[in-house]
Ligand binder design. Structure first.
Ligand code: S3P
Length: 175
């Protein structure tokens, strides 16, 4: 069975936009985990956080991981916190090749500027400090990816081309 392509990494590193490009490029399906949850819950992620709290969102995220890996070859764009859960990490690692997108802090701050989309950042006053702390806490878990790419200075197209190159060399795709 072919392994899924799983994009992991912090908010604002380009998982959704690269995921879209990659799926088009590879001619396969795309699941954006946040969107998948939003559709199932008929609520946006910020609404879920506000109405039901983060633990509820994480529970839905765990369910979503278990469901989407059952599909045939798919690009899976995860949320920034998805692989913080060890069991999510284990399942995704077993069923997929993990590609971690990174970006420098300024790029992350700029890309996540729009309010009302990122409950992990919106409630905080000092966004830079919050991003720094979260990044520090999450660095080790993102580092367990099979391949890491810094997207700070790349367009989604350029980033996905680099990912395709890696996937080809690693024998994960033939395209
Ligand atoms: C989160 C990242 C978000 C979303 C939720 C929590 C996180 O996804 O899943 O707001 O804990 O880092 P993106 O990385 O797509 O913004």
């Amino acid at each position: 069975m072919m392994k899924h392509i799983v994009l992991i990494g912090f908010m604002g590193t380009g998982k959704t936009s690269c995921g879209r490009m990659l799926a088009t490029r590879l001619g396969c399906g795309l699941v954006d985990l946040d969107k998948y949850i939003e559709t199932k819950e008929s609520m946006s992620v910020p609404e879920i956080f506000a109405a039901k709290g983060e633990p509820y969102f994480r529970e839905k995220e765990r369910e979503a991981v278990r469901e989407v890996v059952q599909r045939k070859f798919t690009v899976i764009a995860t949320g920034g916190g998805t692989v913080k859960d060890e069991e999510n990490f284990r399942i995704l690692k077993e069923r997929g090749v993990l590609v971690c997108l990174t970006a420098d802090i300024d790029t992350i701050l700029q890309r996540t500027e729009r309010r009302g989309e990122r409950p992990m950042l919106d409630r905080q006053e000092d966004r830079r400090k919050t991003v720094e702390t979260l990044l520090e806490n999450r660095r080790a878990m993102y580092a367990r990816a099979d391949f890491t790419i810094d997207t700070s200075r790349l367009s989604p197209m350029e980033a996905s081309e680099a990912i395709v190159g890696f996937l080809r060399v690693g024998g994960y795709i033939r395209a």
